[in-house]
Design a protein around this ligand. Structure first.
Ligand code: BMA
Length: 336
């Protein structure tokens, strides 16, 4: 039913075949398209000494298990990225120290002369390596890009855009010969607006041909702003894009997750868009935390042959959580 270029080639030990897929069936009492893991939250601040919070993090299949890049805010409330490993996708070992990106060249070293913050990573298997994109502080938020082959050594490339931009996620293959990224321009503060755009690049350094993809919808769960989430999932019907949408209540922002389907060859064209949210902050670990009422998806694992998707999301800017869905039902949902 689907093609799935996200997974890296099987290693010589047949790791991919042996890898477990983190999954729970939908509870019998539920008819929701997306349901929460009973093991939530799967990562708390206790995973890293001196962490204030660990949330909005990205995981991918790696060797016999999984690897990830985690957002860790420390007790100075400095936001940074840490690498992590897991055998089952649920129990994580997270490095105590932040990733020390090696600059690709002297020009990138200039970017590193000052570190402000790094947060909200996405990880994408693309051609021959794992790329990391994140919100990188450089005179305001913009999109940082780096890559790794082993989740030990990470190389940093140029920032993709001028400030301000807070959400950037790469497509897992080139589109029309170009690298492609969904992103969300913003401002220097707590942006009370925001549409999703598509940008492309011949070399992952120079970005252009920016196209509008999706706008907020007035008087709905996504009326204030929206932003791309996990690496888009390639299906025969189009690119399944999970994203976050925000409404402004009388008591502040409320972050939920929705989904849309983008054209395979021209992903700035929207094929379909679900009108409701898929997951909204309805349980305590999403409603209560450093920032209340936040569901913020950053990654999805896909087991296409068995019609299974596992989504990783941040809860209330405090913890990492998992949710599950059937791919076929997500594709039906976007047309609802
Ligand atoms: C956004 C980002 C996210 C965060 C969200 C809610 O602007 O900072 O990291 O989860 O706000 O605070």
């Amino acid at each position: 039913m689907t093609t799935h270029p996200e997974a890296p080639p099987r290693d010589e030990r047949g790791g991919a075949a042996a890898r477990p897929f983190p999954w729970e069936d939908r509870p019998s009492a539920s008819s929701d398209v997306v349901w929460r893991s009973s093991r939530n939250p799967i990562v708390t601040r206790d995973a890293v000494t001196r962490a204030n919070s660990i949330f909005n993090s990205a995981v991918v299949p790696y060797e016999d298990g999984f690897a990830g890049v985690f957002r860790v805010d420390d007790r100075r409330r400095v936001m940074n990225l840490h690498a992590g490993r897991s055998g089952d996708g649920v129990a994580w070992e997270i490095e105590p120290e932040p990733i020390a990106f090696v600059p690709q060249d002297e020009r990138v070293a200039e970017l590193q002369e000052r570190f402000d913050y790094a947060y909200d990573p996405r990880v994408t298997w693309l051609e021959d390596r794992y790329y990391v994109t994140w919100c990188n502080g450089y005179h305001g938020p913009t999109i940082g890009i780096g890559y790794t082959h082993d989740f030990t050594t990470f190389t940093q490339l140029e920032n993709a855009f001028l400030p301000f931009n807070r959400n950037g996620v790469l497509f897992p293959r080139r589109i029309g010969g170009s690298y492609a990224m969904l992103n969300r321009p913003s401002d220097g503060g707590h942006t009370a607006f925001g549409d999703i755009f598509y940008s492309e690049s011949p070399d992952l350094v120079h970005w252009g041909r920016h196209r509008h993809v999706l706008a907020p919808v007035p008087w709905t769960w996504e009326s204030t702003k929206i932003g791309p989430g996990p690496t888009p999932i390639e299906t025969e019907a189009g690119w399944l894009m999970l994203y976050h949408g925000v409404l402004t209540s009388c008591n502040g922002f409320v972050y939920s997750m929705g989904a849309a389907l983008l054209d395979l060859d021209e992903p700035w064209r929207v094929v379909a868009r679900g009108s409701s949210f898929l997951l909204a902050p309805h349980v305590q670990y999403e409603q209560v935390g450093d920032v209340p009422n936040v569901v913020f998806p950053c990654a999805a694992l896909v087991d296409a042959p068995r019609d299974r998707v596992t989504i990783y999301y941040g809860g209330a800017d405090t913890v990492v959580c998992m949710a599950h869905a059937h791919l076929s039902e997500l594709l039906a949902f976007v047309r609802s």
